[in-house]
Each structure stands twice: as C-alpha cells, then as structure tokens.
Ligand binder design. Structure first.
Ligand SMILES: N[C@@H](CCC(=O)N[C@@H](CS)C(=O)NCC(=O)O)C(=O)O
Length: 210
C-alpha cells in the first residue's frame, strides 16, 4: 500500500494529521502537483482525478478523496483508529458535520482561493489544466457560504467541546483545514470566538503541529 501526497497541499495535510492522530504510518511518495507530477505516468493513469492525496492498495485499487482514504485506513486498522465514531449516533453526527464542513466551507473556500489568486491561472479546477477563467463571483460566494457555516457552528460550539460533540473526531480535522483555507483567502474570523477557541485547542495537539 502506498499513499501519494504533496505535503504543502491542504488535502494532503488533512490525511497527514489523521495518520498522526491515529499513530499509523504508511509508505508515502511525494508528487509535486505544482510541477504537474500527477499528469506524468504512471500517476496520470493511476488516478483519474489527477489530485493528491490518493492511496494505492496492494491489489492495485486506487482510492482518492481525503475522507474516503481516512475511512479506509480506519476500517482496515480495526480497533486501532476511532476517529469516525463508534456508535451509530456518533458516526451519523461526525458524517453530518464532515459533510456540512466540506459542502459549505472547505469546497467553496478552496474554489474561492483557486478563483482569487493569479497563480491558479490555467488550473482553476484542481486536477485540470485548461483555459477556464477565474471568477470573482465564485470568490465572493465561497466567502459568503463559509460565513454562514461559521455562524451556525459558532453558536453550536457554545454547548460542545468538539465539532461532533464531546470527543475529538475526523470532523475536527476537516474544520481545522477549512479554517486554514479561510485564513488563506483572507476571511476575518475574530467574531467566531468558539471556533477560534477550538482552533487553538486543536493546534496544541501534536498531530496538528507542522
Ligand atoms: N476533494 C479532494 C481534493 C483534492 C485536491 O484538490 N487536491 C489538490 C491539492 S489540495 C491537488 O491535488 N491539486 C492538483 C492540481 O491542482 O492540479 C480531496 O478531498 O481529496
């Protein structure tokens, strides 16, 4: 089994934090996606989405998508990792928050970043190289969507220690990466005191330290 990563990439960082929290290490190869390694063979044929991270299993199966990779690692290390929850209620709650954090925060903010900065000219959509143009509307929509999410989450965190309740979970890693994207796009998060408090507590965990 081998994990393909590019350490500076936000999605790779999520898997890296997950592995550190789980205290699991696997063989890893760095692909420099800024230089286009993902479009060179054999990687181009291995992963149709041309993004990192992706995991190649010993039978040749390729799994991409951060959360799919993390879930596979948890389920194939039965009992050793428990970041997706252990009861039906916890699993549903973690899934709910992971989805809302990605749909309303991580994905629109990532799209916003790729549409805001000139360095993404010609690669506005991850894993593509084409002439799609950057758009300010997508930047603004990403920021608006994230703000609505953060307002909701901040109120909810009045009562809860972590994103999905009392225990740390993979949803906290999703939140942390979403907040890093918010920072990269230039959103001011000062009004979200509960979120910032959780961010501080997360950044003090060993797995989150760079
Ligand atoms: N939805 C994917 C996103 C993966 C993704 O966007 N990866 C970026 C790095 S953060 C990438 O590989 N980009 C390659 C490119 O820009 O061509 C996931 O969560 O794993």
């Amino acid at each position: 089994m081998k994990l393909y990563q590019f350490d500076p990439a936000p999605a790779s960082r999520r898997v890296d934090i997950f592995l550190k929290e789980a205290d699991v290490s696997i063989a890893t190869e760095q692909l420099n996606v800024r230089d286009g390694d993902q479009f060179k063979e054999p990687f181009n044929s291995l992963n149709p989405f041309h993004c990192v991270p992706f995991l190649e299993l010993s039978d040749g199966t390729v799994i991409s998508e951060t959360l799919a990779i993390c879930r596979y690692l948890e389920e194939s290390n039965q009992g050793k990792i428990n970041l997706f929850g252990s009861t039906p209620k916890d699993r549903a709650s973690i899934e709910m928050w992971n989805r809302r954090l990605e749909i309303d925060g991580y994905i629109p903010l990532m799209a916003g970043i790729r549409n805001k900065f000139e360095r993404f000219d010609g690669k506005v959509l991850a894993g593509t190289r084409n002439d799609l143009k950057r758009s300010d509307i997508i930047v603004k929509r990403g920021e608006d969507s994230a703000r609505i999410l953060f307002e909701r989450l901040d109120k909810y965190l009045d009562k809860y220690l972590f994103v999905a309740g009392k225990e740390f979970s993979v949803a906290d890693i999703t939140l942390f990466s979403t907040l890093e994207l918010a920072n990269n796009i230039g959103l001011n998060l000062d009004e979200y005191v509960n979120i910032l408090d959780l961010k501080t507590r997360l950044s003090e965990r060993d797995a989150f330290k760079k």
